[in-house]
Unconditional design. Structure first.
Length: 121
């Protein structure tokens, strides 16, 4: 009887452990991509605030590109909120794309700040 109880407990514990490991199965690439996405959204919102506060001096072409970046970020949001799991390569591509958006946001922020400075001169 004791052997049977031990066997059942061991089996149950093994199943529970397996479920815990798979339940926590967000892979490292998804976590890395999520962090990159959140950082990009923060940078995007910071530039959005700058644009909204100074919309009258912002170049129309810059605003158009900024809107395109916003559309791309919205598409990525759908990926993160959906049930679709990407491969590690897919997450790497997404991370690379977000890095490109981050670079653009940094240069756009500098350009906006120069336009604001020129308008205030």
């Amino acid at each position: 009887m004791k052997k049977r109880i031990k066997a059942i407990l061991c089996t149950v514990m093994a199943v529970v452990l397996m479920l815990c490991v798979t339940g926590c199965g967000d892979n490292a690439k998804k976590k890395e991509a999520t962090e990159a996405y959140n950082n990009t959204v923060d940078a995007y919102n910071e530039v959005a605030d700058l644009i909204n506060q100074n919309a009258d001096v912002i170049n129309e072409d810059l605003l158009a590109v900024y809107q395109q970046m916003g559309d791309m970020i919205a598409e990525y949001k759908i990926v993160f909120e959906g049930d679709t799991e990407l491969t590690d390569e897919g997450y790497d591509e997404l991370i690379g794309n977000l890095a490109g958006v981050d670079e653009w946001l940094a240069s756009a922020k500098q350009e906006i700040e120069m336009e604001i400075s020129d308008a205030n001169s």
